[in-house]
Design a protein around this ligand. Structure first.
Ligand code: GLA
Length: 583
């Protein structure tokens, strides 16, 4: 440790989990707790694809929008009515404007004319809901190649018309646009390039109309969108699909009415949707529209599906026909406590914290209240030969909780299970899950300050870059939570890319903080290599610390001023800095 390291150590500040009160030896750093800055939450709504395929039209949308309100789903938070594929059959006028079938999209109120998509948007907005639309990044769309109920039409995509189409969507008044990849895929286009261009077209449309268009990328996880989609084109919030469809559409009274959803595919989409390092500050992995309430799943499987999406912090887009929801399905979709897990203000995703033999897993999602975790005990056993009930144990230390005792609550039963020391065990049915809210005591947070120049003592900052160096103890968990304390005096988000050690760079949004500092949360892997190389309780001398180097660089404008990083002194989380910042 050189001189500056010693100086930096003297400046180290520790944050208590309860009040985030900073204390330490350096007065210039003494301050009150920076406030948590709200981030955009994952969207909630309904999409036409799963239950209507390409038979969607104005009547379908009117009926579903009405049902969203009459079932009370809107009051529970479901707002988007998303029109998926089939609304447009690829026709344009001589100026390239999209032309829709006036019979499918008639006037809905006096003064309106048929064939104007603004009609249905007005109707949806009139019910206090939001409206979503759909296109493809390529020249053709999915309906061109695999039209499901058909027939297929060419030219159902927006390639060559990005600026025109996205401006049109915003002018019609849509609030949300899903952009599929069938055409782009067929043409072998690069998704990062195409979706980047579309992001810019969306920004332009927003600037012209003053109307926000939420951006939903749907390229089924091809070329790892979680590495390039967060913050693509500098949009403030977006979602990206991480896998294929859970089920092909099941349309009542049609040739595909007999299709069934399976819980196995629900689980597989859940697995493919877990990229906790990409999900933060308003960016979300999207494991697909939910199939809750559709043919194939039991009520118990519907609840497990909901639990999986809730701990994923996933977008909650219902695929079932809202006019036909059973009471059990409605109750599953609107459980207040489960929705609160999905919509928690931190916007983070669960990580797997332990796994017992045979597919008995414990997942933990950090919640915004200090010491609170949503915990999922998941029994993946599905073979007929395996036992029906298996005990699954969650240990408080695996959740990064420091105190011995924690309380346990079951949100599905709405029941407090009691206060337990060290751990809690539940019997979980094969192919089912138990969801819990655990309230305990967070371990302390340690503040890492920016690296400083050894001669001047000034914070090192080159070309909008902010550098943090620190040591950490290696441990078993692959992902640790970190809070970033920063300032952004602008009226809108600033963006920065974080390069943390050797990990792929990630885009992070920094919403406005006003004049004060604020903090946002991310999850990130810290070095675990020492344990891998030297398993066992004692590490060879000199290998007990891993060096970390994190650099934030501005993206597309001014950088946020990153003031410190808060990491938890928690043995199990991989985030155990053993020294203050070094230079
Ligand atoms: C793809 C998407 C689906 C749906 C269909 C429409 O399969 O993944 O969600 O939009 O296209 O054809």
């Amino acid at each position: 440790m050189n001189d500056l390291g010693t100086r930096a150590r003297a400046l180290a500040i520790v944050v208590t989990s309860a009040g985030f009160l900073l204390c330490g030896t350096a007065n210039q750093f003494a301050q009150t707790a920076p406030r948590a800055i709200p981030v955009s939450l994952a969207p909630m709504g309904w999409s036409s694809w799963n239950s209507f395929s390409n038979t969607v039209d104005s009547q379908v949308i009117v009926d579903q929008a009405k049902a969203m309100v009459s079932t009370g789903m809107d009051k529970a938070g479901y707002k988007y009515i998303n029109i998926d594929e089939g609304w447009w059959l690829g026709k344009r006028d001589e100026k390239g404007n999209i032309v829709v079938d006036p019979k499918a999209w008639p006037a809905l109120a006096p003064g309106e004319h048929a064939g104007d998509m603004a009609n249905i948007v007005r109707y949806i907005h009139g019910l206090g809901l939001k409206a979503g639309i759909y296109t493809d990044a390529g020249r053709d769309g999915c309906g061109t190649f695999s039209p499901d109920l058909g027939p297929g039409y060419p030219d159902e995509g927006s390639e060559g018309y990005y600026e025109q189409d996205f401006l049109q969507f915003a002018k019609w008044g849509f609030d949300y646009v899903k952009v599929d990849w069938c055409g782009g895929n067929k043409e072998n286009l690069d998704p990062a390039v195409q979706y980047g261009e579309i992001a810019r077209a969306i920004e332009r449309a927003e600037a012209i109309t003053g109307h926000r268009l939420y951006y939903s990328i749907c390229n089924w996880g091809l070329q790892s969108p979680w590495t390039w989609a967060p913050n693509i084109g500098g949009v403030t919030a977006d979602i990206w699909r991480t896998s294929g469809d859970i089920v092909d559409p099941i349309v009542a009274n049609s040739k595909n009415a007999g299709r069934k959803a399976t819980f196995k595919k629900v689980l597989s989409n859940f697995d493919q949707g877990i990229h906790p390092e990409a999900q933060h500050t308003g960016f979300y992995n999207d494991p697909d529209m939910m199939v809750i309430g559709m043919p194939g799943l039991s009520d118990a499987e519907n609840r497990a599906h909901m639990s999986l999406w809730a701990v994923s912090g996933a977008p909650l887009l219902v695929g079932a026909d809202l006019t036909k929801l059973s009471e059990a399905t409605r109750a599953t979709l609107t459980n207040r406590e489960v929705l609160a897990i999905d919509q928690d203000a931190l916007g983070l995703q669960a990580v797997k914290v332990s796994e017992q033999a045979g597919g008995l897993e414990v997942w933990s999602k950090r919640l915004s209240k200090s010491g609170e975790r949503a915990v999922l005990l998941l029994n993946r056993m599905d073979s007929a030969g395996s036992v029906v009930l298996s005990p699954i144990t969650v240990n408080w230390k695996d959740l990064g909780l420091a105190g011995a005792s924690s309380s346990v609550h079951d949100p599905w039963m709405g029941k407090d299970m009691g206060v337990f020391d060290e751990h809690y065990t539940a019997s979980v049915q094969r192919g089912d899950a138990v969801l819990l809210i655990v309230k305990g005591t967070d371990s302390r947070w340690t503040s890492i300050l920016p690296a400083t120049n050894s001669k001047t003592g000034q914070v090192k900052q080159a070309k909008g870059e902010q550098i943090f160096n620190f040591d950490s103890s290696p441990c078993d968990a692959s992902v640790a939570a970190a809070q970033i304390v920063y300032r952004n005096p602008d009226a809108s988000s600033r963006f920065a890319e974080l390069r943390a050690n050797e990990r792929p760079p990630r885009g992070i949004a920094f919403p406005p903080t006003g004049k004060e500092s604020g903090r946002v949360w991310i999850q990130i892997g810290l070095p675990t290599w020492v344990r891998v190389m030297f398993p066992g309780p004692t590490l060879p001398k000199g290998t007990e610390r891993a060096k970390n180097n994190w650099t934030f660089s501005a993206v597309g404008g001014d950088a946020p001023k990153v003031e410190s990083i808060l990491l938890q002194l928690d043995k199990s989380c991989g985030a155990s800095p053993v020294s203050a910042p070094r230079n």
